[in-house]
Design a protein around this ligand. Sequence first.
Ligand SMILES: [Ca+2]
Ligand SMILES: [Ca+2]
Length: 356
Amino acid sequence: MKRIFMDGWQLPSAARRMILCLGCMGMMMAGCASQSAPRIGVLLPDDYNTPDGMILSTDGSIYLNCPNYNQPEYPGKLLRIGTDNVASEIYTYPAHPVTGKSAPLGIDIGSDGNFYVTDNQSFYDKNNQSRLLRLIVQNGKVDRCEVLVTGFVESNAVSARPDGVYVTETQMDPTAWPLPSGVYRFRYDEFTGTPIELKPRGNDPHLIVRLSTGNPDWRVGANGMGFDSKGNLYVCNFGEATIMRYTFDASGAIAGSEIFASGQGMESCDGIKFDPRNDDCYVADFAANAAHRIDKNGKVTTIWKNANDSDGIGGLLDRPSEVCLRGNQLYISNIDLPVKGNRYDQLHTISVIDVK
Ligand SMILES: [Ca+2]
Ligand SMILES: [Ca+2]
């Protein structure tokens, strides 16, 4: 079943005036220039209460995962946001056989046209129940869901690259400190129909990057991930507010690593996306209710930061977890998780900021 619902500009006029009015108040509170202020791009009903992973399709659509952690009586969903900002439901994810919940977080589209999705079950069970899934697309529709890899603690971002599928694991061993995390890579010919079962605690040969996080205030490791136009890998160490850059040798092995950007106004780094036109990197900063742009030299510019926590009214950021660039508009998912003083609340929104 497909259902269509409203974006922020198709609300009844009275409700729209109220939201616009409250939004202006929020912008004044934040004290930011109006041309870079966020607005509501998509307003979501409770069925889609925890928006997170986004990926831009070649046809201009944005595909959005909603794990619905905040009200898990609603199953995890995949939505499509058209170029008119109208969202439609594409798929209901099947429940995990142990937890009974579906939890689709990160998403990418492979060159095969299929969706690659992390199933992050850590909100329900931290005993290695998280997975990597693939949605097989046939004739423009999702035909079925395949389980590719099992045994993650907290699978998070996913990138379907020509040489394999990369997945960040936000914590490899929740009992260890500093917190170990990392990146796994799987070759396509390993997906034979029987799921790959990861060896626990970082002992699996698919692990290609290790990170360590020692910030007791944010015990969150490898999170967002992206690739620049040269094929270099970037991984967000959320709790350290640091983005690492990795280069590869001709065989595909990691050849070098360095800090790409750290701090400079970032309080955390969650989801990232690169602008393929100039290799600018956009960052969702969950901890700061902010979005940043980082140039190719690692210089961070904050393009928006709320003065306070918000509920999402007027497009204000409400614990942003992912970004997605469409043209010169930056779409930002507000995951609104109830941690560190934030209250899960109405509205459920995708914010939009004009970035050029
Ligand atoms: Ca909210
Ligand atoms: Ca909130």
